[in-house]
Design a binder for this molecule. Sequence first.
Ligand SMILES: [Zn+2]
Length: 387
Amino acid sequence: MPNWNYPTAILFGNGRVSELPKLCEALHMHCPLIVTDPGLAKFPFILAIEQALPYAGMFCDIKANPIGKNIVAGVSVFKQGQHDGIIAIGGGSALDAGKAIALMVGQSLPIWEFEDIADNWLKVDTDKVAPIIAIPTTAGTGSEVGRAAVIVDEKNKSKKIIFHPSMLPQQVILDPQLSQALPPKLTAATGLDAFVHNFEAFCAPSYHPMADGIALQGMKLIKEWLPIAYHDGQNLNARGHMLSASTMGATAFQKGLGACHALAHPLGALYDKHHGLLNAILLPYVVQRNAPAIRDKLQIICEFLSIKKQPRQTDYAEAFLTWLCEFRQQLDIPNTLADIGIYTDDDIAQANTIGELACADPSASGNPILFTADQYQQLFHNAVSGG
Ligand SMILES: [Zn+2]
C-alpha cells in the first residue's frame, strides 16, 4: 500500500532570499550554521546573507560528492559554535551535507547506521535533529524537498542514502536570482538530472497519480525552459521554471527512480563524476532497454510534451529517443561514458562489477524492468561504447 508524502513550505520568487532573517526567527534559529559549497562561499549573495544574520557561522569544507568525513567536520563546527539550526545553500552537495549535519548533531550512532535500509531510520533520536532551511542555487537534485542525503562512504567508496523524515527542510526558498550565476555546463547537467527524476518517477510502476501529474509537468517545463536557461543564464523566467521543475522532480520521485540512477550512483562514487552528467549520458541507453515495458507511458509523455513521430517512425519509443538525443545534443552533453573518461576495461571497472553495484542500488527497485546484474553490466557497456 502506498505512502504519500508531499513537500514542505516553499517561498518562490526573485529576491525572496531577503526574507531569510524572518524565517530564522520563526524557526527559533538565533545562531544558524550556513552550510555551502566552497566555490560559493565568496559569492556576494552569501556574504550578504552572512551580514543579514550577525550570529551565523559558516561551514564549506564539502566535496562535490560529500563524504562521511565532511559530515563529521560539520557536526563538530556546529557544536563548537553552539549553533541551533542549519541554512543549507548551494547545489545538491551542499544541501545534502547540510541535511546530514542537521541529522547528526544530536545522534550517538555513526551516520552509516541510518542508511536507507529496512527500518534503520527508527534508530534516529528525532528530537535532536536541528531545523533546516534549504536554498538551492542549482536546478537539479531537488534535495530541498527530499528527506534523504546521498553521502559517500569513503571506506568502501560507495554512495549511501541516509534517510529520515526529519531531514525534510522546514522551509525552502526558491529564488531564481541565486541560480543566475550557474555556468552553462552545470545548468545543462543539473537540468537533465531534474528531467531524469521526473522521467524515472513517471515510469516507475507503483500507483501514485499525484506524482505522475507533477512529473509530466516537470518534464514539460524542462523541455521548454532548459535550452533557454542554458543559452541565456540571465533569463530569470527560465531560471524560475527550472527551479520549479527541479523541486517537482524530487517531489515526484518518492514514487521511485530507476535504472539510470541505479547506474549513476556507483559510477559517481567510483569515478567521482558529476551525478547529473552521468544521468544525462545514461538516459537514452536506459530508455532503449526499458522501451518494451513503457510504450504506453512514452506515448503519454510524447503527447503531453508535443513530441511528434517522424515519418516512418512506428512507435513513440523511437519518437521519444530521437527527441531526447537531439535535446541532449542541443545542450552539448556527450554521447558516451567514454567521452568523460569512463571505460569498461580500466582498473576501477574491473575491480568493481558495476552491474552488481547497480543491481543492489535502492533506485533499481523502481525500474519498470528488474534488470539482473548482467543486464546492468550490458547497459554499462553500451553506455561506454555508444552501442
Ligand atoms: Zn539524480
